[in-house]
Every structure is written in C-alpha cells, then in structure tokens.
Design a binder for this molecule. Structure first.
Ligand SMILES: [Zn+2]
Length: 123
C-alpha cells in the first residue's frame, strides 16, 4: 500500500521529472514492475511493462531497453527513463511482482523477452 507520505517523498525526490514521475507512479501502482527469479542460480531479471511492451531494466547499471533510454539517456540529454524511475520506487515500496522460474527456463525466457525488445526498437 502506497501512503500519502510515500507520495510526498517521491514528489520531493523525483518531482523534477514531472510527467515522467506521473507515468512511473502509474506503472508502480499497476504492479507493472516484475522480478523474474531463477533458481537455483538466483539470477534476477527485472522487467517493466510499459505501454509499448516489456522492457528489460537494470537499475544497477543503470540500463533500460526502451527508446527513450537509448536516444535520450545514453546521449546525456536525460538521466533516466520512466521505467527506471518506476523500478526504483517499486523496489523501495516492495510494489512489484515476483515470478519464479527454473534455471532451465532461463534461455527461453531471455529469447522471448529479447524478441519483444528488438521488435519494440524497430517500430
Ligand atoms: Zn525505459
């Protein structure tokens, strides 16, 4: 549950992002942030389901597979996209879905995810 004080905190911290913050909050509220956990290796893949489709997101790099990240963030014109913002807030609030997988499913999972990512980058 996201309380009023959480919202106040997020607005204080990320308010400068304006519209991007609104979109990120919406994603978090819709539980669009997913953690895919593979066992026994404990590998983790984070995705955020935006309006264009699944994006592969890694907060530690940071990295996101969306076009905004590629064109605006990597070129230094912006510092995050709304997927990364959503991921950061969802982690803080534990507001994400955890989906468990076996390691044997890892490659086929990646294949499907990357197909989506490639398709989204094309159009
Ligand atoms: Zn993104």
């Amino acid at each position: 549950m996201i309380s009023k004080s959480n919202y106040e905190e997020f607005y204080a911290k990320y308010g400068c992002y304006g519209k991007k913050l609104e979109k990120a909050l919406k994603l978090m509220e819709d539980k669009s942030v997913k953690l895919h956990k593979f066992s026994p290796s404990k590998r983790e893949i984070w995705t955020v389901v935006g309006k264009e489709g699944d994006q592969l997101v890694d907060d530690s790099q940071p990295y996101c597979s969306c076009k905004h990240f590629y064109y605006r963030v990597l070129s230094g014109k912006d510092d995050v996209c709304y997927h990364i913002l959503a991921l950061r807030m969802a982690k803080q609030m534990n507001a994400y879905d955890v989906i468990e997988f076996q390691d044997s499913e890892y490659l086929s999972f990646l294949e499907i995810l990357l197909e989506d990512v490639v398709r989204l980058s094309k159009d």
